[in-house]
Structures are given as structure tokens and as C-alpha cells.
Design a protein around this ligand. Structure first.
Ligand SMILES: Cc1ncc(COP(=O)(O)O)c(C=O)c1O
Length: 391
């Protein structure tokens, strides 16, 4: 039977690569999984008060469909959080989704038509390109200086055409850990204004920041049309519970989108109500678990970046946020980045993701690794990578 060309083209390198790791394990080799950005799989659990809130909601009988836009108290709490980052919104400006992933699908399907172009930071988190393609659009990557964390403004200008409808920003970025500063965000907003583009900004790693201060798009956007995507999978350690949100700013240019996009929230009915109560508790309850998590993974980052930069043929910019390192493979002794990653897996049992899986143009020649495992596992994985590149 026939399947659509659109679905045949969908790829997700971060999970696709796991099939290769399983084969290596079947041969009896132990694999260090440095491919998936899920803190919970590496032992960082949501705190007990948040787990208890989920259990309480179930026991209290909150096991029915929630409203499509989501629990009012949760949306109010999210509005407070976003306003502290620079927006000026209320619960009415928020839609609760099954993770950023669902929010992204809703946003892209609401604004992209056949042939429309969407600007993505190169390299980017793969679902951005997948959803754009799935909805008939064309992802267009723009350059980012990974050492200075700055977008290449001239490159962006040269890539805007009459078909460009939106610019996506991911800050802190997956896979690079790049965080855009206030000045860069202002420049990006100016370009978007000049060309009437939607600004879609993914801030899922907003509190996972090590050196600089985080600046939200809301602080600089004024009334440009901004759609923020955020969620509870990373900072709040609730990845498996699947909850996130879309926040709209007060831009008059969003009027039509805001009339139509919520219909998509209604057709998919709702997100899990008990999980929404847990998310509410994660915002209202003590926040020290977030601080503990970040100070722990900062140690991981420092170890990994130091070790990678000491290895022959690799160089690694310092990630300023999130939990990924994105080293550059300086020579082609191992073939392209996919071959590098495959050989590293087969010879040393270390699973990373090839950079071209995050966009061919700017991702190739790199690989991504997740530094969430404990320091002992990371140090041993670094030894294995060192042996591999030193041969
Ligand atoms: C930038 C970015 N956005 C969204 C997601 C997925 O978010 P969610 O679990 O809320 O669907 C990820 C997960 O790795 C990510 O890196």
C-alpha cells in the first residue's frame, strides 16, 4: 500500500542511530549512550513534591479530559514565569501542549504552506526541519558563529526571499549550546520586522545556562509577532510526562493565527490533566532542585570540553547552555561525520550523533554528545574517544 512521500522523508538522527547501537550490543559490547538529551534517563528525577502532585491528582479523581487550552492555574503560573523573562501576557496567551514537539507541529502547520521557507539556525534541533518539510515547506539554514554565539546577520539577509514566512530561534541551542545575547536578539527581531516574519523562539533550556545571563526573546520583541515554545522536559525533569506550552505575545500581527491555531488544540482534545497538576507544582514549589541540577551538569560540561579540546583532531567551543557539546572533527581520517560516529560506536562502544543529522550545511564535520551521564561514565567515555582519535 502507498505511503506519503512526506512521511518517507522524515528523519530523526538522535533516535535513528540507536538501531546501530543495538547491533553493537548484540555483539556483546557495552555501549555508552551519549546520544539522547533526556536528564531523567541519567538519574535526574523530578522532586518528590512534583511526583506527589501527579499521584494526588490521580487519587483526587482528576482523570478526565482537561480543557483544550489547559488548566487555568497552570497557564497563570506560566504567564508569571514568562513575564519575569520580559513578556507581558496572561493565561489567555498560553496553550498547553504535549511537549514542545506538539506545539511545534501546531505552529508550523498553522503558518507553512507548500513552498514556504522557514529560516533555522544552523545547526538546529532536527524536528524543526522535519515539521517544516512535513507541512510542505522548505527549511533554510543560516550560519551561527559557534565560538562567539552570534547569528550571521548578513547570511540571514541574503537568504530571505518572498517565500520566507518565519525565523526560528533556539536559545540555548540544541545541538551547540549557543545562547544569543540581547544585542543579537534585537538584530534578529529587526530583520523579522523588516520582512514581516513570524519569530518562533524555543526556550526549553531557558534556565540551563552556565556563564552568561539568559535573555528571553520577550525582553526585546516589543510588539513583533513572537511565538514562544517551552516545556517541562529539561529544566523541570519531566521528559516522560510530555508537557509543554505555546505562548503568544500581544502582537496585533498574531490575531489571525491566534484565532485558528487553537482549533488544532481542540481536535487533539487535551493534554494529560494529572501531568498538568504536576507541572503546576513544579513551578509553584521549591526551585532548588533546578539549581542543583545545573551546578552538577556545569561540572560535566567543564570536564567534557576540557578533555575534547586536549584530543588530537578535535576542537570544541564552550557550550553556554543546555547539555550538549558539539565538537568539530578537524581532519577527514575517519571519513565524514557519519562514518566517524559509526566507527566510534563500533570500535569503542560510544554512541554520539553525527553533526549532519542537525542540518547538512552547518552540522557536517561535527558530532554531538550529551554530557548528562555521571562524571565517572563521562570520563571513561572521554578515554575511549581519546583512544579512538589517537590511533
Ligand atoms: C530545542 C528542543 N526543543 C524541543 C525539544 C523536545 O521537547 P519536548 O520534550 O517538550 O517535546 C528538545 C528535546 O531535545 C529540544 O532540544
Amino acid at each position: 500500500m502507498k505511503v506519503s512521500k512526506k512521511v518517507v522523508g522524515v528523519e530523526y538522527a538522535i533516535r535513528d542511530i540507536v538501531l546501530a547501537a543495538r547491533k553493537v550490543e548484540q555483539k556483546g559490547m557495552q555501549v555508552d549512550y551519549l546520544n539522547i538529551g533526556d536528564p531523567v534517563q541519567f538519574g535526574f528525577q523530578p522532586p518528590n513534591n512534583v511526583k506527589q502532585a501527579l499521584i494526588n491528582a490521580i487519587n483526587n479523581g482528576d482523570n478526565f479530559y482537561s480543557s483544550s487550552e489547559g488548566l487555568l492555574e497552570l497557564r497563570q503560573e506560566i504567564a508569571k514565569k514568562e513575564n519575569a523573562k520580559g513578556l507581558c501576557i496572561t493565561a489567555d496567551d498560553i496553550l498547553i501542549t504535549n511537549g514542545v514537539s506538539e506545539g511545534l507541529d501546531m505552529v508550523i502547520s498553522s503558518i507553512v504552506e507548500e513552498g514556504d521557507e522557514v529560516l533555522l539556525p544552523g545547526p538546529y534541533y532536527p524536528p524543526y526541519a522535519s515539521y517544516v518539510r512535513l507541512h510542505g515547506g522548505v527549511p533554510v539554514e543560516f550560519g551561527v558563529d559557534l565560538n562567539n554565539s552570534t547569528p550571521d546577520i548578513d547570511d540571514i539577509k541574503s537568504k530571505i526571499t518572498s517565500k520566507t514566512v518565519a525565523i526560528c530561534l533556539i536559545s540555548p541551542n540544541n545541538p551547540t549550546g549557543v545562547v544569543f545575547n540581547e544585542n543579537s536578539l534585537k538584530e534578529l527581531v529587526d530583520i523579522a520586522n523588516e520582512h514581516d516574519l513570524y519569530i518562533i523562539c524555543d526556550e526549553i533550556y531557558d534556565q540551563i545556562i552556565f556563564d552568561d545571563k539568559f535573555v528571553g526573546i520577550g525582553k526585546v520583541a516589543r510588539d513583533s509577532p513572537v511565538i514562544i515554545l517551552n516545556g517541562f522536559s529539561k529544566v523541570h525533569l519531566m521528559s516522560g510526562w510530555r508537557i509543554g506550552y505555546i505562548a503568544f505575545n500581544q502582537s496585533p500581527q498574531l490575531k489571525e493565527l491566534r484565532e485558528h491555531l487553537p482549533k488544532l488544540a481542540r481536535v487533539r482534545i487535551a493534554t494529560s490533566l494529572p501531568v498538568q497538576y504536576a507541572a503546576l507544582e513544579s513551578l509553584r514549589g521549591p526551585q532548588d532542585y533546578i539549581h542543583d541540577f545545573i551546578s552538577e551538569i556545569k561540572k560535566h560540561r567543564d570536564l567534557v570540553v576540557k578533555r575534547l579540546n586536549e584530543m588530537p583532531g578535535l576542537s570544541c567551543p564552550n557550550p553556554k547552555g543546555a547539555f550538549y557539546a558539539f565538537p568539530k572533527i578537524e581532519d577527514d581520517r575517519f571519513g565524514n561525520d557519519k562514518e566517524f560516529v559509526t566507527k566510534l560506536l563500533e570500535q569503542k562502544g560510544v554512541l554520539t550523533v553525527h553533526g549532519s543529522g542537525f542540518g547538512e550545511q552547518y552540522g557536517r564535520g561535527h558530532f554531538r554528545l550529551v554530557y548528562l551521564p555521571n562524571l565517572k561514565v563521562l570520563d571513561s567515555a572521554m578515554d575511549k574517544i581519546q583512544e579512538f582519535v589517537s590511533q
